[in-house]
Ligand binder design. Structure first.
Ligand code: F6R
Length: 624
């Protein structure tokens, strides 16, 4: 998704801005650009990669001490140079066209009333050079400018409806950048000498530049000048936001022996799970108890005792981890659980229950639909909120009362892998904590579950050793156009996640079904050209699943089965079997998803797609 970097300094900041964009590349983008103050406004924009923008700025000798830069993921207007940010007021403001612009601006988010504002600005004589909603803000700031950029931005944002993080500078104020956020993240970086300051949509963009970060809050407006900065809140009052020391993530950007970040992140899962369990410290049973020291936060035990039901809200892969957790929460903790796609929940009429625990699940903690669904639930009077999230400083963690933080580390590949399995670990701990608070877990059951959790990193490492067998499956899949994924019970969401991974990075059309649904429609699709991946652990539903597999074989479908060691399913003509090292009871989804991640990864490599940055997709979807 879009990324912002901005700086005010007394040295040429173009290299810093472009390197910042490079650190944000993993989020996905389709164009990029940088603008600086250098006598007037100058910019370079491109629909190629940031590496080419770097070439362009050097060829064009673009230099300046104040500047803004952006990676764009198209929403309004096609991915084209004229739509790329930064936008200048007067649109056609390049010097070459003889109409120098006054305001330069970059924007993440979506302005909902852009049409109405555009019409008003056109009536005032502003010429538009792009189809973006962003250009509207540049003209709007220009139209309100009376010699003070901060005041102009403050007046402009009062007229905006929608979500934004913006960074703006003005031809007439060479050492000043103004930023604002509402609905999209923006952080302020404090320079080492205290003389230069930065803005970024993600602290990662500033890794190696500064570790002194101020997380701006909703409605904040920030004024950056050489040697000083200040923040005002949405009421216009001066706000003292704490400066935090944030460990730079630059190590995460190193691939090491891996070919892609996705592969690296798949192989990091044993460590990520171990770190998550260490972080939550819930492997120590006492920590579930009523002490204020609960791993989910103060008062968690009390809340868990009270609540009558759970409502899980999430998107995409995080939604599938929620679907898996429903089986645990109802099966182990006996708490009625509903899982909803956040973008559906936020707009439908529902019946709120104030005694429900609202659980949001998010890798980034900034996903616009999940955040909006959380706020919607809160507005309906649901006060008990908890998030399972990978980013401690995210809006989701700040806005929920309780949190289980996953410690997956930075996830760079657009396709989520280690975030998913660490979410599952967090959700399993939530299940145990709820079961314990409600007295639904005997000591020996609790001890057995905790023992299985502690053994997870080793069990995951054994599954990762299956990679060579998965590569041979991937060779078969590389030439296919369609695939079906089947699972039952706890492993139905794992089939859904496997199909999502395959489609998003290989572009093979993939669907997942609860295996019992096969004969109610999808069986019509099965031919010898339709590989059918079956997640077949040795659980209570295995015999039923075997019947579903027979239905596929009888129609000439080719089965790819992930079986447990003792599932008694043999490889034969039309049936390819990979045996999982051990059966893992209720935690089995954490293991079964790994071969599906590897299958998608190796199929994508065989097809030559851009594994880490699949087409049309972005990391951290901060727009609706
Ligand atoms: C798929 C994927 C997405 C995300 C979804 C939610 O591989 O990564 O489906 O899971 O966009 O993102 P978060 O978890 O950041 O809220």
């Amino acid at each position: 998704m879009c990324g912002i970097v901005a700086a005010v300094a007394n040295r040429n900041i173009v290299p810093l801005l472009v390197q910042g964009l490079q650190r944000l590349e993993y989020r996905g983008y389709d164009s990029c650009g940088v603008a600086v103050h250098n006598g007037g406004l100058r910019r370079a924009r491109s629909t190629a990669r940031v590496a080419e923008l770097l070439q362009q700025v050097s060829t064009e000798h673009l230099e300046g001490t104040t500047g803004i830069a952006h990676t764009r993921w198209a929403t309004h207007g096609a991915p084209a140079v004229h739509n790329a940010h930064p936008h200048f007021s007067h649109g056609s403001g390049d010097e070459a066209e003889g109409r120098p612009g006054r305001i330069a601006l970059v924007h993440n988010g979506i302005i909902e009333n852009h049409e109405e504002l555009r019409n008003r600005l056109k009536a005032k004589g502003y010429a538009f050079a792009s189809q973006t909603d962003t250009e509207v803000i540049a003209h709007l700031v220009d139209s309100l400018y009376e010699g003070d950029l901060f005041e102009a931005v403050q007046s402009a944002i009062a007229r905006l409806h929608g979500a934004y993080a913006i960074a703006v500078f003005c031809r007439d104020e060479p050492h000043r950048v103004v930023g604002a956020r509402a609905g999209s993240p923006l952080v302020l970086g404090v320079g080492a000498e205290g003389s230069e300051h930065y803005l970024a949509s993600d602290a990662m963009a500033l890794a190696g530049v500064t570790d002194q970060i101020v997380y701006l809050e909703e409605g904040d407006l920030v004024d950056l000048q050489l040697g000083r900065y200040w923040v005002v809140d949405r009421q216009g009052d001066r706000a003292d936001r704490p400066v935090r020391t944030v460990q730079a993530h630059s190590g995460a950007a190193e691939l090491g022996p891996y070919r892609h970040y996705m592969q690296k992140e798949i192989f990091e899962q044993p460590r990520a799970i171990a770190d998550t369990l260490d972080g939550i410290q819930a492997v120590v049973p006492e920590l579930f108890e009523a002490s204020g020291n609960h791993p989910a936060g103060e008062g968690a035990h009390h809340v868990f005792k009270q609540i009558e039901s759970v409502l899980i809200l999430a998107c995409g892969t995080s939604y599938y981890s929620g679907c898996t957790a429903k089986y645990w929460l109802e099966g182990i903790a006996k708490v009625p659980t509903q899982v909803e796609i956040a973008s559906e929940y936020r707009y439908r009429e529902s019946v709120p229950n104030p005694h429900t625990l609202v659980v949001t699940i998010s890798q980034s903690g900034e996903t616009a639909d999940t955040l909006a669904a959380l706020r919607h639930a809160q507005s309906l009077g649901m006060r008990h909120t908890l998030t399972v999230c990978n980013v401690a400083s995210s809006a989701m963690v700040r806005e929920t009362r309780l949190a289980y933080l996953t410690r997956a580390g930075v996830e760079i590949g657009v396709a989520s892998t280690k975030a998913f399995t660490t979410q599952l670990a967090g959700l399993f701990l939530l299940t145990l904590a709820l079961a314990q608070a409600k007295g639904r877990l005997t000591e020996s059951q609790e001890a057995a579950h905790l023992k299985a959790m502690r053994h997870l990193p080793a069990a995951l490492s054994a599954v990762l050793a299956l990679e060579p067998q998965i590569i041979s499956w991937a060779d078969d899949f590389a030439g296919k156009q369609n695939a079906l994924f089947l699972g039952r019970g706890l492993h139905y969401p794992i089939a859904l996640e496997g199909a999502l991974k395959l489609k998003e990075i290989t572009y093979i059309h993939a669907e997942a079904y609860a295996a019992g649904e096969l004969k109610h429609g999808p069986l019509a699709l099965v031919t010898s050209e339709m590989p059918v991946v079956t997640v077949a652990p040795h659980d209570a539903l295995l015999e039923k699943l075997k019947s579903n597999m027979q239905e596929v074989r009888a129609r000439g479908g080719v089965l790819y089965v992930l079986a447990d060691a003792d599932s008694r399913i043999e490889s034969e003509d039309g049936i390819h079997v990979i045996r999982m090292p051990e059966h893992y009871g209720p935690l089995s989804p954490l293991l079964h998803v790994v071969p599906l991640q590897l299958l998608a990864y190796h199929t994508a490599v065989a097809r030559g797609t851009d594994v880490d940055k699949p087409r049309n997709l972005a990391k951290s979807v901060t727009v609706e």
